[in-house]
Design a protein around this ligand. Sequence first.
Ligand code: PHE
Length: 355
Amino acid sequence: MDQIDAPGWDGEFAVARYDRAASAWLILALHSTRLGPAAGGTRLRVYPDFRSALHDAFALSRSMTWKFAAADVPRGGGKAVLALSRPLTPEQREGLLMRYGTLVAELGGRFYTGPDVGTAPLDMDVVARTAGPFVHARTQRAGGAGDSGRWTALGVHSAMRAACAAAFGSPSLRERRVLVQGAGSVGGTLIDLLLGEDAQVMLCEIDPQAAAPWRDDARVRVVEPAAMLDTPCDVLAPCALGGVLDLHAVQRLRCRVVVGAANNQLAHPQVAAALHAHGILYAPDFVVNSGGAVAITGMEALGWSVAEAEAQVCRIGERLSAVLGRARDEGIDLHQAALRAAADRLRIAPRETGN
Ligand code: PHE
């Protein structure tokens, strides 16, 4: 018999509800409310089985805790996974999102959500019909702050400049060969920012529709997915799904720097040490990809102006530089250093009272 436990998960609680109408699982994992109410995106996609969806929710919720701690924003970590067994029609999808909103409402403000892989501000409008005030990044028409992807890209860009300063002696991205994996809401904006700085952009995208805006753009070289890891470049920017970096990938990589938006890029934590040993500067994902969550939470819940949000997101490069300094001082890899910094914040934070 399978053991009943949650191996490796140290979160507070999780809820799984089966939605018969859509043959889907709604999984909500609250990792930590130590720094504030938990916040995290809603991921919606087909999963091969329940276990992998649960595993994703656990790992992603933990990263949200680290992300907010690293960014010094008073929010805890959580994540929702809407695990489909098959693609849905628009009507089925809408029904599912509304039933999911009811679940968010039932948590009464312990969990705030926003968009993630497979969802967008329009979906957040739908979720908010039943979830009420606990939904971030609704469309501007519905009174929300809109897309978070652009903000995430801005933060990744700031981090990329800081990483290049450390690896190449200059933050400039001019003529830098940057391979972007994934042209979704974050990767797409990142490509535009990079082109604006005259970087040599390469794009690897499995979805032809997402790659379409750059198909006829002579400034963007398209790289086949099978060749991605072996393609020589200065910077690799994973902006698609997680788990891209495992020990095999480390052997194949021909880049000096990895800075990207994808959550949970490391297949397991030891990969960080392997990257370090290979002389590859891996910028911890949860430090560099916080721009969307930070800016939207700040503007919608903490009273920040747009200018304040921008200033916070543009500090992500500095935060990465601090992590680089700590790694150097303590003789550890960047992932460990970022974890230590996040753990320090979580330890000294006063415990939330009342629950
Ligand atoms: N997808 C975002 C992330 O992983 C989640 C998020 C977006 C949370 C917007 C709050 C607001 O960081």
